[in-house]
Design a protein around this ligand. Structure first.
Ligand code: CS2
Length: 451
């Protein structure tokens, strides 16, 4: 690859928080292509916590390889849109210097659901969370997204600089508005005027992102090294499919992502709903069932007829009716293509990875559809089975890391039905309606004994 020329960015106009595999396979890919229209739209990648990805990127001056897994093998190309990589934990000063560059146009982020420090059910910033409390007490030393962005917006305001557009690329409904509300709530605690200005002036487009990107494994890196002739520690492997729908709400310049497959539109919500309910909800469900049935990957789980039949029924019988899809999208054809993507054996996506942080995902992925069915006057059995599968994962000691581990583990008891009731009591996951509904409680209890 060193002999393959890669276009480098000529300036840094974007700061991206969270340069994990998903960002490197998705936004960075679109941004690389958009350098053709504007080579000034380079990215500074900032890692909020880890230093490993920063070190890996720096090995080759932030050039890395992106490999798509096609039926005929890996197709690898270089990405050079990242101009520098910085770890907040190590070089906070550099991050703040980048943040007050007058040319900065966008701050984007992929920090996963838990990275926003929200109460999962209400979507509001959780002021009691220990990291948020830390940031309120140490305003010059923030470790959270809300704390860092507030510090950046405040610094730019004092320097008389415009604010960049601030954009979330995580799987959260109305992610732009959620992020904006979180920043306002944090800022309100320290400076009411700043909070008002953010409310009035900050542009936070929502977006829907979709590209299945498993964590890169040692075996992936070896296979790519054989192609490249060198070991790329920042290599990413992803599926050929990619989708990005962005709300048309930018303040200032942005790359021509729309010339390279992204859709910029006035209304992202139907796309977000379709993504969360028809891709992420079955993904989580099959991750839990896969764990329970001893499978390692999504594709292995999909090769298990019991799971595949369940996932197809869940999608067709309970998720499609509960989802208002974007105009022009045939939901049945869409669901068939999602099932095909999951079944692709070339993608070794570990179910334990998808099952991570499930407490932060359920309110996004399952609860809205559950509520829809209750409003329609019926109890959705299959959704209740999916919830029961999540609880059974805890019951059987198979759970993946989760920010609510202490709380969840304390609710596990010897009897599965008791565990189920204790889990359903958690308003911060299931909201006010679902966990309190007697018919849902009975259905989840019945399902957990069947699983
Ligand atoms: C997955 C998603 O890990 C997870 O929770 O459901 O990361 C999923 O692979 C992507 O959203 C697909 O676009």
């Amino acid at each position: 690859m060193e002999t393959i020329p890669v276009q480098r960015a000529e300036a840094t106009r974007i700061m991206h928080l969270g340069p994990g595999a998903f960002f490197r396979a998705h936004m960075a890919d679109y941004s690389q292509k958009a350098l053709a229209e504007d080579p000034s739209m380079g990215i500074a990648a900032v890692s909020m916590r880890s230093t490993a990805v920063v070190d890996a990127l720096r090995e080759r001056d932030c050039i890395y390889s992106l490999s798509e897994l096609h039926a005929d093998g890996l197709r690898t190309r270089p990405i050079g849109v990242i101009r520098e990589a910085v770890a907040l934990a190590r070089d906070r000063e550099r991050v703040m210097r980048l943040a007050v560059d007058p040319g900065l146009s966008i701050i984007s982020m992929t920090v996963t659901e838990k990275g926003y420090s929200l109460d999962p059910a209400t979507g509001a910033l959780d002021l009691d969370q220990s990291d948020i409390r830390h940031d309120l007490a140490n305003r010059d030393n923030p470790v959270t997204v809300a704390g860092l962005l507030t510090a950046i917006l405040s610094a730019r305001r004092h320097a008389g600089l415009d604010w960049p557009t601030v954009m979330s690329l995580d799987n959260l409904r109305g992610n732009g508005q959620l992020l904006k509300s979180a920043i306002i709530r944090f800022a309100r605690e320290i400076d009411g005027e700043l909070a008002d200005a953010i409310e009035r002036d900050l542009a936070c487009p929502s977006s829907m992102v979709d590209r299945i990107t498993p964590a890169t494994t040692g075996a992936d890196r070896q296979a790519i090294a054989r192609q490249l002739g060198w070991m790329d520690h920042a290599a990413v492997v992803t599926e050929p499919f990619s989708q990005w729908v962005i709300e048309d709400r930018f303040d200032g310049a942005r790359p021509a992502w729309d010339r390279h497959g992204a859709l910029i539109t006035g209304d992202v919500e139907p796309f977000e709903n379709a993504k969360l309910r028809l891709v992420n909800a079955p993904h989580s469900s099959l991750a839990w069932l896969g764990l329970l049935r001893g499978h390692e990957t999504v594709a292995e789980s999909m090769a298990d007829n019991t799971i595949r039949t369940f996932i197809e029924a869940l999608l067709k019988e309970e998720m499609i009716p509960a989802t208002a899809v974007p105009a022009g999208l045939d939901p049945h054809a869409h669901v068939d293509s999602v099932i095909e993507r999951f079944a692709n054996p070339a993608i070794r996506h570990r179910v334990a990875q998808i099952a991570m942080d499930s407490s932060q995902k359920i309110a996004q992925r399952l609860v809205p559809a559950l509520e829809w069915h209750l409003r329609e006057g019926r109890v959705p059995r299959l959704l209740c089975r999916a919830v029961a599968a999540w609880i059974a994962v805890w019951q059987r000691g198979l759970a993946s890391p989760d920010p609510m581990t202490a709380e969840l583990a304390s609710r596990v008891s010897a009897r599965p039905q008791e565990t189920a009731r204790a889990f359903l009591d958690m308003r911060s996951i299931f909201g006010e309606r679902i966990g309190a509904d007697a018919a849902v409680r009975a259905a989840v209890c019945a399902e957990i004994t069947r699983i």
